[in-house]
Design a protein around this ligand. Structure first.
Ligand code: ZN
Length: 410
């Protein structure tokens, strides 16, 4: 019975995520269809990438590690969608393992591909300073009334229930929310700044509280690959071009977790590289980026490249702006003096300047107003020398507060 039950559960899980769903190519096609200039921009960027390769500049480049400041916008309607800091950090860790080839499963990379596998030398860190220089955890949490997001970008705009991007020239923006069966989608270099970033389903973000088979943070590894200009390994069409030389041509995407040699498009003894992060296999069955993919990603960081400004981001600096404005001296209550008074009374409204413009009344013990004055200074001076000796009240009202205090006229 137990076997049957777990079999059913597995079946249901399989239906929920029948196949890795990455909407990035469809998303880019959509951007191209609404903005005719976008295609030209993408082509221009491709020419730039090609020039970088021709110059052999990349091979000679100093092997510095690039650290990208990250902000994670968490959009939630249910408590489960408000994922924990721990889950978010588990995703950053997973990205760093995969991009630095420090993942434990590098051993699963087939021998024939081992020499192609790359430490991409890119790392990720939650931002410490926001675009204005204030301290941040790099995590923005926002309740929303939106039940389900899709690849229409609403999640990227506060005006549509989402959350506005931080300046994407200087930060990698992640948006995390409920995407239904969609795992995620990404922009690519050249996308308009306000839409530039990666959207990931909360059920596939990080390695904690996530659903197998997308439970190793590799949806984000894959989508960040797109964000850094990588295409799917099969080149988005049958035996298509992924613009990378060392990845074998491949007929189509691969699902699940194959464990046998496969070949297509006449790729011969190299076979399909279905364990590449840019295929559609399960998280547990992907384990490499290639040197060619690395060079393509790094080329965008070259001078005037589409990701170049990230190198001058202040997002990982110490915050340089105080978190709140310098506090005013604390004035907790209305003061007046001297009491008793022989004639002159000072009313101190320093604690709340809203009183200026309102009127203040002096009321006798019978409730009769004997004097009325407009407050025109934070230190209002009243001349009460004409009042008969006795007990009086100061009364004022400013719409928010009522003020009543007792004093003695000598
Ligand atoms: Zn994809």
């Amino acid at each position: 019975m137990r076997t049957i039950l777990s079999g059913i559960c597995l079946f249901i899980a399989t239906i929920a995520f029948a196949q890795r769903e990455c909407a990035s190519p469809a998303y880019i096609d959509q951007l191209k269809s609404v903005d005719p200039s976008f295609t030209a921009k993408i082509n221009e960027i491709e020419n730039f990438v090609r020039r970088q390769k021709t110059a052999r500049e990349l091979e000679q480049a100093a092997p510095n590690v690039i650290v990208i400041p990250v902000v994670v916008h968490v959009l939630y309607k249910t408590p489960a969608q408000n994922i924990s800091d721990e889950q978010i950090k588990s995703q950053i860790d997973a990205l760093n393992r995969d991009f630095r080839r420090r993942n434990a499963d590098t051993s699963n990379t087939p021998v024939r591909f081992k020499s192609l596998a790359a430490d991409v030398q890119i790392e990720f860190a939650l931002a410490t300073a926001d675009p204005k220089g204030r301290a941040t955890t790099g995590i923005v949490r926002k309740a929303t009334s939106v039940t389900r997001w899709n690849s229409d970008d609403k999640i990227k705009f506060s005006s549509q229930g989402g959350d506005d991007a931080w300046d994407s020239r200087y930060y990698l923006n992640f948006w995390v929310g409920d995407l239904g069966t969609l795992l995620g989608y990404s922009s690519q270099p050249g996308t308009a700044a306000e839409k530039d970033g990666v959207v990931i389903n909360y059920t596939a973000f990080g390695t904690i509280n996530v659903n197998a088979p997308y439970n190793l943070g590799r949806t984000a590894t894959h989508e960040v690959g797109h964000w850094l200009g990588l295409r799917h390994i099969w080149g988005e069409s049958y035996c298509g071009d992924d613009f990378v030389d060392d990845t074998p041509k491949q007929g189509n995407f691969t699902t699940g977790c194959p464990n046998t040699f496969r070949s297509s498009c006449g790729n011969g003894e190299m076979g399909d590289m279905y364990m590449n992060y840019m295929d559609f296999t399960n998280d547990a069955c992907m384990n490499l980026f290639t040197n060619g993919q690395k060079q393509r990603m790094l080329s965008f960081f070259k001078e005037s490249g589409a990701r170049n400004l990230l190198l001058s981001s202040k997002g990982l600096n110490k915050p340089w702006l105080a978190e709140s404005p310098v506090e005013m001296p604390v004035k907790t209550a209305f003061k007046f003096y001297p009491n008793p008074t022989s004639g002159e009374l000072i009313l101190d409204f320093e604690y709340n300047a809203d009183w200026i413009g309102k009127s203040v009344s002096i009321v006798n013990i019978n409730g009769t107003v004997v004097s009325k004055n407009q407050i025109n200074s934070k230190m209002q001076q009243l001349n009460l020398s004409q009042l008969a000796p006795g007990m009086y009240f100061i009364q004022a009202e400013n719409g928010m507060q009522k003020l009543r205090a007792k004093f003695i006229k000598l």
